[in-house]
Design a protein around this ligand. Structure first.
Ligand SMILES: Cc1ncc(COP(=O)(O)O)c(C=O)c1O
Length: 462
């Protein structure tokens, strides 16, 4: 679908994507339904019906059981519940479970939850991540094998919010299951972007070269499914506003046998793990948006893959260095992240904003001070590089005219940002420019040559 984008030209769909008309209609209709879904009277039962129908739709869209869907106020709350709730739930069953494994490139909703656990007596151990932004499975296996009885959970996202790197979640989940450790997956950026297939089998533990055609890179199309709600996963986070639903609603898929402690206390709604009056209208709209996103993901991903390839070529032509896996099978096509040597990303973002284009630095800006992207820093980029990255993210409303506008605005915005920065890359850290010309369906150019010197995540342990 290529309806007109909202004005300004909107290339920040990974932050939030426009509300789908069908979701808006469902929201407005349901908003007129008075009644608390927990009330026993007729209006309450009608509101409850809306919630339960939505629960079935969400379950169907994701290949889950309705009883596995816990509605939340969004991805952040679902991540908090999954990480903190699982850690304390599992520790209440066995006090020896006092360690959690977490990848260092998670969204703050996961990282801050892990930090909270660290301040509450848990040991937080980081998974290792390569320069391409993907979790190192071999290291993860070693970390899981080291005293698995002491592990409360492992958490790893499906797709990185800044680089678009698809994580080997299916493989990690199989490893975690083998060691008897529950895996939570934050799938907020994966849902409906070809990276999560409802009810599909997980990708087997295989080398891409041995993969069947359905799992290999398709240069012309989107990546194939790499994570699904299978028995290997214990919990999975989704968010409404990343799929064209309203902000403020999401869900945690949680296995019935996963011991979860609540992080909100009150009336005991949602299996007694998520108290609070259920927002029936938001939930109804979320279910409609998710269903539409999943139903259109194949077509949309194919369309966005072409736009992303075009965008990647344009960016490299302008001297940018693309970040993330070079293999198209290992990244989603709606996120394109590029470093702009000599620029502070804030200056470039504001310059593009002034020209009517919205994109993202992928990192917080505190009191007007340019911040290095924590994700790029975790991948080993130096501070100047990590402050030069911009994320362009595409979505269901993106069309060629959005990229035409970017094409026109970028050269001047870059010149302004470079003039403002007057800064050059330290030569020792200068990223290698692509040596091969971009082709119709390019792989990303090689990332900067020096590999990230990731600290030993085992802390010296095996
Ligand atoms: C990977 C990831 N997880 C969690 C969240 C938080 O979701 P929400 O905005 O619904 O709280 C985001 C939002 O950007 C995200 O990208």
């Amino acid at each position: 679908m290529t309806t007109a984008s909202p004005s300004p030209v909107y290339l920040d769909h990974a932050a939030t994507t426009p509300l789908r008309p069908a979701a808006r209609a469902a929201w407005l209709t349901a908003a007129d339904q008075v009644g608390n879904p927990s009330s026993l009277h007729q209006p309450g039962r009608a509101a409850r019906r809306l919630v339960e129908e939505a629960r079935e739709q969400v379950a169907l869209a994701l290949g889950a059981e309705p009883a596995e869907v816990v509605f939340t106020a969004g991805g952040t709350e679902a991540d908090n519940l999954a990480v903190i709730g699982t850690a304390w739930g599992r520790r209440s069953e066995d006090p020896a479970r006092r360690r959690v494994l977490v990848s260092p490139i998670e969204h703050p909703a996961v990282l801050e939850s892990a930090d909270h656990l660290g301040q509450s007596g848990f040991e937080v151990v980081e998974l290792a991540v390569g320069r391409d932004g993907r979790v190192d499975l071999e290291r993860a296996d070693r970390l899981l094998a080291f005293d698995p009885a002491s592990l409360a959970l492992v958490t790893c996202q499906a797709v990185n919010q800044e680089t678009g790197a698809i994580q080997p979640v299916a493989e990690l989940a199989a490893l975690a299951r083998r060691h008897g450790v529950p895996l939570h997956c934050d799938a907020v950026q994966a849902i409906g972007h070809g990276a999560l297939a409802a009810g599909a089998s997980p990708a087997p533990l295989l080398d891409q070269s041995d993969a069947p055609a359905s799992l290999t890179a398709s240069p012309a199309g989107p990546p194939s499914a790499v994570v699904a709600w299978t028995a290997d996963l214990a919990a999975l986070t989704v968010s409404g506003h990343k799929v064209g639903g309203p902000v403020g609603v999401g869900a945690l898929l949680a296995r019935r046998d996963l011991k979860l402690k609540p992080v909100l206390f009150g009336g005991g709604q949602e299996r007694r793990v998520r108290s609070g009056t259920l927002p029936a209208a938001l939930i109804a709209a979320f279910a409609v948006a998710l269903t539409e996103q999943m139903a259109t993901q194949a077509e949309q991903s194919r369309r966005l893959a072409q736009l992303a390839a075009r965008l990647g070529r344009r960016l490299t032509d302008l001297g940018a260095v693309l970040v993330g896996p070079s293999d198209p099978a290992q990244r989603v096509c709606h996120i394109v992240n590029a470093l702009f040597p000599g620029c502070e990303h804030d200056a470039l973002l504001l310059s593009l904003d002034a020209a009517g284009l919205a994109c993202s630095t992928g990192s917080a800006c505190t009191a007007g001070v340019a911040q290095a992207s924590p994700v790029l820093s975790a991948l080993g980029y130096d501070p100047a590089q990590a402050r030069s990255g911009l994320r362009f993210s595409l979505g269901w409303t993106t069309g060629p005219s959005d990229l035409d506008a970017l094409d026109r605005a970028l050269p001047e915005a870059l010149a302004r940002a470079r003039a403002a920065g007057q800064r050059d890359w330290p030569s020792a850290d200068a990223p290698r420019r692509p040596t091969t010309p971009a082709t119709a369906s390019p792989g990303w150019p090689a990332p900067p040559s020096t590999a990230a010197a990731s600290p030993d995540p085992t802390g010296g342990r095996p």
